[in-house]
Design a protein around this ligand. Structure first.
Ligand SMILES: NC(=O)c1ccc[n+]([C@@H]2O[C@H](COP(=O)([O-])OP(=O)(O)OC[C@H]3O[C@@H](n4cnc5c(N)ncnc54)[C@H](OP(=O)(O)O)[C@@H]3O)[C@@H](O)[C@H]2O)c1
Length: 317
């Protein structure tokens, strides 16, 4: 099969397309012919081993996993003998978690993994744009337990995680304000934000508004200044926090009624099924910035790495 690989850490040019072994199906796995995947901020971090600590898990001197890509949408081509949830011909989408391997024509995944039948009302390209941002946003929003009418502020509302956070918070009945640049105001309104703050013109922490949940998806806020914009028992989510902000979060959560939530996400097949239902009831729309081919993988990585994409960058296979 054709796959986009890398055998050393580095810039986008370390990625190359080659013929790779088609995965061998285990008894509990399904073999998926991938129609689309996506390039995410997480793939870029792994490609260049940033932060350095990535090397302790994924290979000290060179990557142990040679095919990146953590999301997929495609068709079930074969099923292992123990598989009960899926059949040959099913159209599925999902997230491989830390196993990667989706920059390829085929992937084998356990049937119990984070996947579900693809919603019929979206294409494979659109379905591949869902899981990365949506499972990240969902992980934190489930912990926030949003009540209808609560005020939620999403920083980075035009990104993969942010555009998902806006839509998920709205689906739970929140009054959502999205923070984005001038060029992305229309997009953020189109996905349901009740209000938009253009961060190039206004600092949300200075406008006197108070929110029940502030969700920083792009590591853009100062923790101390942002806590002043939180309600008395409000929650600050820092999904892209580095070590220093994580420590600040632990300190502030233990010394005040306001809470700070950081950390790595977890997800299950129930999360993907939940997202499928939101998509089928038009409560969640895929946000696709652009579509590249597998041969253009280095170009797609170079673009994603700039940090300005709108939603998701899809690779059509
Ligand atoms: N905790 C976890 O387990 C976990 C899981 C997944 C991802 N993450 C992290 O989440 C982060 C973001 O991911 P992503 O894929 O959503 O990023 P992304 O899609 O690249 O989003 C960046 C978006 O944010 C906007 N932006 C940039 N600076 C901004 C600012 N100061 N205020 C408001 N908006 C701003 C950009 O547009 P403009 O430049 O035009 O404003 C762009 O649309 C990554 O650092 C990733 O590592 C964490």
């Amino acid at each position: 099969m054709k796959a986009a690989c890398y055998s050393k850490y580095g810039p986008p040019e370390v990625l190359y397309v080659k013929e790779a072994e088609k995965p061998v199906l285990q008894k509990n796995e399904i073999l998926i012919k991938i129609r689309a995947t996506a390039v995410n901020s997480g793939d870029c971090r792994l490609r260049k081993a940033d932060p350095f600590a990535i090397r302790f898990v994924f290979g000290l001197t060179k990557p142990k996993i040679n095919i990146l890509g953590s999301v997929f949408s495609g068709e079930v081509e074969n099923v292992g003998e123990q598989v009960k949830r899926f059949s040959i011909g099913d159209q599925v989408f999902g997230h491989t978690d830390m196993h990667f391997g989706a920059y390829a024509e085929y992937i084998a995944v356990p049937e119990t993994g984070s996947l579900a039948i693809k919603p019929e009302n979206i294409s494979h390209n659109e379905a591949a744009a869902i899981p990365f941002g949506a499972v990240t946003a969902l992980h934190f929003i489930k912990k926030a337990i949003i009540k209808p009418g609560q005020k939620v502020l999403v920083v980075g509302a035009s990104g993969a995680v942010g555009s998902a956070a806006v839509q998920l918070a709205r689906s739970f009945g929140a009054d959502v304000t999205g923070v984005c640049s001038t060029a992305n105001i229309a997009l953020v309104k189109s996905i349901g934000a009740n209000k938009v703050i253009d961060y190039t013109k206004e600092d949300f922490s200075q406008n006197g508004e108070v929110y029940d949940l502030i969700f920083d998806t792009v590591n853009a806020v100062s923790v101390t200044r942002t806590l002043k914009s939180l309600s008395r028992e409000g929650l600050l989510v820092l999904s892209a926090a580095g070590m220093w902000k994580m420590l600040q979060g632990i300190w502030f959560s233990s010394t005040s009624k306001k809470r700070v939530l950081t950390g790595l996400i977890r997800h299950t097949s129930e999360d993907i099924v939940f997202l499928k239902e939101l998509i089928e009831t038009d409560k969640f729309k895929p946000v696709v910035d652009s579509i590249y081919s597998l041969e253009q993988i280095a170009e797609a990585h170079a673009y994603v790495e700039k940090g300005h994409k709108k939603g998701n960058v899809v690779i059509a296979i």
